[in-house]
Design a protein around this ligand. Structure first.
Ligand SMILES: *Cc1c(COP(=O)(O)O)cnc(C)c1O
Length: 373
């Protein structure tokens, strides 16, 4: 079942089937990947992340650094700030590459999100990976908000490892088993000979389920020889129930390529942006104030985002009144205190009509005239 899911994933993340493994949760997988790929030395010990990552990623990076015996983690973390105009929350690729230059020789690992959970920024994974790798940096991506959302070519882009969860755009159900990608070149195993020399492979935290299947149940030798694929990074045996649910969710992805899903979601997101733009203009005319009702945090360029628009409201009270009307209209919304709202029109189950209804509810909450349906 795990193999079947891995096969279904190859097209979604642009990898070989042998480079995918479904196991654990995202955070656990990130720990396992960092255990295998973060190898700090005196001169090269830094981890480059974005400022304000998803909290789990921050805790993982910090604890990994400490766990490696570096007790002042802030000295080993480079946080890339937006660095652009005042108020801009996204990170320009040029600025990111300059930050890599600045810390290049001291950086052991670059760990960024494919799509940033808060701003919705879709990073140029190919360009950033190539730039960092040319400077001897190991490259890992957290694809929690990118998998099933945007097209990926992890193998071709020469990414070292990636991790993701399957309960966001994949719809694998809450707490669904997570995923990891390990590039083929890190999966190679030279097996030990009959005289007892041990196998040669990329070091990792090992468990019995990562052992080659032909000797997994051979417990006389007790010599770990990993499977020569991403499955060799497994520790425990996965839950069959979890994999059955995941495989069903993936069967929907089997029906069309990611490029088609992404095209649809970009059109849906563009439509939402259009209706929200009209709300901004109408609210401004109505209230006659200089300050806009909200600003878009997500890049306005469609190719720098996936299925997401994050809005920052000028005041929290307006957002509260909108969320109240949403509740009455049966709309469940991701509104974060104090003034942040995030829309994610996932292409597989969001209709243009849903977006229109969303905008109509927002207009109602703001006392704006109804649009002709
Ligand atoms: C959702 C998300 C997680 C969640 O981690 P789990 O281990 O699956 O609970 C971690 N990192 C990022 C960036 C996320 O968006």
């Amino acid at each position: 079942m795990a193999d079947k899911c891995a096969e279904q994933f190859a097209g979604i993340i642009g990898s070989l089937k042998s480079e995918v493994v479904l196991m654990n949760g995202l955070s656990v997988n990130l720990h396992l990947m960092m255990a295998a790929f973060y190898k700090p030395t005196v001169h090269r010990h830094k981890v480059l992340i974005e400022a304000g990552p998803f909290p789990s990623d921050e805790y993982i990076v910090e604890s990994q650094i400490r766990w490696h015996g570096l007790y002042a983690p802030e000295e080993s973390i480079v946080r890339v700030t937006p660095g652009g105009e005042e108020g801009c929350q996204t990170i320009a690729t040029d600025h990111l590459l300059r930050t890599i230059d600045e810390h290049g020789e001291e950086t052991a690992l670059l760990l960024l999100p494919g799509v940033q959970y808060y701003t919705g920024q879709h990073f140029d994974i190919a360009a950033i990976t190539a730039y960092a790798k040319a400077r001897g940096i190991t490259v890992g991506w957290d694809l929690a908000h990118a998998v099933g959302n945007v097209e990926l070519k992890l193998h071709e882009w020469d990414v070292d490892f990636a991790v993701w969860c399957n309960y966001k755009y994949i719809s694998g159900s809450p707490g669904s088993v997570g995923g990891a990608f390990v590039h083929e070149k890190h999966c190679a195993v030279t097996r030990g000979d009959c005289l007892g020399s041990s196998a040669i492979y990329h070091p990792r935290l090992s468990g019995w389920y990562g052992n080659a299947t032909d000797t997994r149940f051979d417990w006389t030798e007790r010599r770990f020889e990993p499977i020569d694929s991403a499955s060799g990074f497994q520790v425990s045996n996965p839950s069959a129930v979890d994999l059955a649910i995941l495989s069903a969710a993936l069967s929907v992805f089997d029906r069309q390529p990611m490029s088609a899903i992404q095209s649809k979601s970009l059109a849906l997101t563009g439509y939402a942006e259009h209706l929200l733009g009209k709300i901004l203009r109408d609210a401004k005319a109505d209230k006659d104030t200089a300050a806009p009702l909200f600003t878009f945090i997500t890049p306005r360029n469609a190719w720098e985002r996936g299925a997401q628009l994050s809005l920052q409201f000028a005041d929290g009270e307006t957002l509260d009144s909108i969320l109240k009307v949403f509740e009455e209209e049966g709309i469940v919304c991701d509104g974060n205190k104090p003034n942040y709202m995030r829309l994610a029109p996932s292409a597989l189950y969001t209709r243009f009509e849903d977006i229109w209804m969303f905008a109509a509810a927002m207009r109602k909450a703001l006392g704006l005239t109804e649009l002709p349906s």
